[in-house]
Unconditional design. Structure first.
Lengths: 233, 81
């Protein structure tokens, strides 16, 4: 018995195939979902992958957030279904107000593409149970609109409620450390109050096999975490 | 047909590195005396039918839910004659 993980493809999505593969490597069944189709095909969880849906027109994620598939995902996410947004998927989740805050152009205006060191801040979400708080992982990062922003009140609340899931780990930039985009309080990923919806800018789906990506499998834990949760449930 | 213009600007407290880059380029181009630049978006909407209070209310709703992200941006709606 395994679980069915849906992976959404919007026009302009890039990382749907890698995400499907990551689900399979973790032992799950990957189910492709199409942006114009409201039907989630009875999946147990959904990943919104990275890319440039609708060309990032208007704002990254602003148009895809209103696609038919998102209507059902928003409804199901509020009912507790695990949802992970990676990069553009994170932008879609903030535009859909499933996660607080917003993403802006990187402070230095550069597109950043590198292996990035992250510190896991909490294992208390559907997608991070296989990590331990304080653990350092390395996964690829590639974005230009990755600057996480929220007002001070929201940031304080996120920290007080333990909803900052990942931070860019402090250290030398040459070694993949440091804040690559000017995100406030070094935030790389957050969760909703229930812990079922998680969004982050870096790409765990590109780090699930030792042959490719960072040469480490640090991203696999996202997918094994959710599968364990779903199979145990 | 009437035109309604929606201006969308980043909120004052939000850092605008694109505007800063434009501002920094100005002295080099011989345009002195500009202490700050903020970059925004302008939408020109060609409205079918009369631009009455009901039409403007719909446009404000459109701006609030779609054209602007009110977490980071403010918007202004005005009718052009």
């Amino acid at each position: 018995m395994t679980a069915r993980i849906g992976v959404v493809t919007f026009p302009g999505t890039l990382d749907d195939r890698d995400t499907q593969r990551a689900v399979r490597v973790a032992g799950g069944e990957a189910v492709p979902l199409w942006h114009r189709d409201k039907d989630l095909k009875q999946v147990d969880a959904v990943v919104l992958p990275g890319g440039f849906s609708y060309g990032d027109y208007l704002r990254a994620g602003a148009i895809s957030r209103f696609s038919p598939v998102m209507e059902t995902i928003i409804e199901q996410a509020k009912a507790g279904m695990p949802v992970l947004g990676i990069c553009n998927g994170f932008q879609v989740l903030t535009e859909a107000h499933l996660l607080p805050g917003a993403m802006l152009r990187n402070t230095d205006l550069h597109f950043v593409c590198r292996d990035q060191k992250l510190r896991v801040e909490t294992s208390g979400t559907a997608w991070t149970a296989d990590y331990t708080a304080g653990q350092e992982i390395s996964v690829p990062l590639k974005n230009i609109d990755g600057r996480y922003t929220a007002d001070e009140h929201t940031l304080d609340a996120l920290e007080a409620e333990g909803r900052v899931v990942f931070r860019y780990a402090a250290g030398a930039a040459a070694d993949g450390y440091g804040n690559p985009n000017g995100s406030l309080r070094d935030i790389a990923g957050i969760t909703n109050a229930a812990g079922n919806v998680v969004g982050l800018m870096p790409h765990p789906e590109h780090a699930v096999e030792s042959l490719v990506g960072t040469g480490r499998t640090d991203g696999l834990g996202f997918f094994t975490s959710v599968l364990k949760k779903l199979v145990d449930a | 047909m009437a035109r309604v213009v929606v201006d969308v600007m980043l909120k004052p407290e939000i850092l605008d590195p694109q505007g800063q880059a434009v501002q920094r380029a100005l002295p080099r181009l011989g345009f002195g005396g500009i202490s700050d630049v903020r970059q925004g978006k302008r939408f020109e909407l060609e409205v079918e039918g009369p631009v009455d209070e009901a039409a403007l209310a719909r446009i404000r709703e459109m701006a609030e839910t779609f054209l602007a992200n009110t977490v980071i941006e403010d918007f202004n709606v005005k009718v052009e004659s």
